[in-house]
Ligand binder design. Sequence first.
Ligand code: NDP
Length: 327
Amino acid sequence: MKYRHLGKTGIRVSELSFGSWVTFHNQADVKLAQNMMAAAYDEGVNFFDNAEVYAGGKSEQVMGDALKKLKWRRGSYLVSTKFFWGLHDGINEKNTLNRKRLIEGINGSLERLQLDYVDLIYCHRPDATTPIEETVWAMHNIIEWGKAMYWGTSEWSAAEITQAIEIAERHHLHKPVVEQPQYNMFERKRMEGEYARFYKDYNYGSTIWSPLASGLLSGKYQKGIPADSRGALKGYDWLKDSLTNKEKLAKVAALEPIAQELGCKLSQLALAWCLKNPFVSTVITGASRVEQVTENMKASEVVDKITPEIMEKIDVIFGVKKDEDDD
Ligand code: NDP
C-alpha cells in the first residue's frame, strides 16, 4: 500500500481507504464489518470513512462495535464522520451546519463510534442558510476540544471552500483541509474542472467517493441487476436508472479489453484510474463482502501499468477531450 499526504497536512492516508455507506447495517452486520475492515487494514488501509446519516446512525454503531473487537492501536488508523442531514426532523436538526447541530452531532457520533475523537469531520454538504463563519467557528472549536483532528467539506463548490479558508485565516482558526467529492470515470467534471485550479493553489486534500459508480464500473451490471447487489437493495431504486443505462453499460463493456490487456479486473482498473489523478489523496472503496475488499486492494498494483496511452484510450471511450496546453 502506498500513502499520500492528506493535502498539506502532516497526515498520510493509504491511497485506498474503506467506507461504510449503504453497506454497514444494511448489508453487513458487526461480524462482516469487522472482517472487511480487518481485510483492508491487513492490506495497509489506515482510513475508514463514515457519516452520521449512514443507516440513520447505525453505520457508526456497527463500525464502533467492530473497532472495539478489532482492538487496533488508536494511533494506527483514522476514522471520519460527516454532518449535514442529521438524524431528526427538528427545525434546527436537519439539512444544516449550524453550531448547535454540529456540536450535538460530534457528541452523538463519538458515542456511537465509542471513540474519544475522530480524525476527520466533514460538512457533508454546503448549507446556504447558515453563515459559513458560524460553521467554521464550530468546526474549529470541535478540533480545539480534541474531539476531531482535522475538518473538511463534501461537495462544496471551490468558491465556498475558498470562503471558509479565508474566514479561518482571518480569525486564525483551523482551516478546512480536505474535500470529499464524487470521482470516477463517469463523474469527473468537478475534480478535473472546477477543483483542478483550486487544488493546485491551496494544496487541498481529497478523499473521493463512489470510485466504481456504486459498482457499475465493476462490470457486474452488464447482464441486468444481480439479486445480491446494491442495485437490488430496497430503498436504492433511484440508482437503477444509472446502473441499467445502456450508454453507460456500453462504456463499461469497452473498458473490458483494456482490463484484459493489463491483466486485471475491471474494478481494479477503475480504482487505479482514480489514483492516476495527483489531486486524489485517497480513493474510498466500498464493499459488501471480504472478497471484494481483497480484489479492490490489488488496484494499487495496476496504477503504474496505466500508461498515458491507456489514459487516452479511456478518455476516448468516455468522450472526454483534454486541453492540449494544460500543464
Ligand atoms: P463504489 O462506487 O466503489 O461502490 C461500492 C459497491 O460496489 C460495493 O458496496 C459493492 O456493492 C460493489 N463492489 C465493490 N467492489 C466490487 C468488486 N470488486 N466487484 C463487484 N462489485 C463490487 O463506492 P461507494 O459508493 O460505496 O462509495 C465508497 C465510500 O465513499 C462510501 O462507503 C462512503 O464512505 C463514501 N461516500 C461518500 C459520499 C459523500 O457524499 N461524501 C457519498 C457516497 C459515498 P454490492 O456488492 O452490494 O453490489
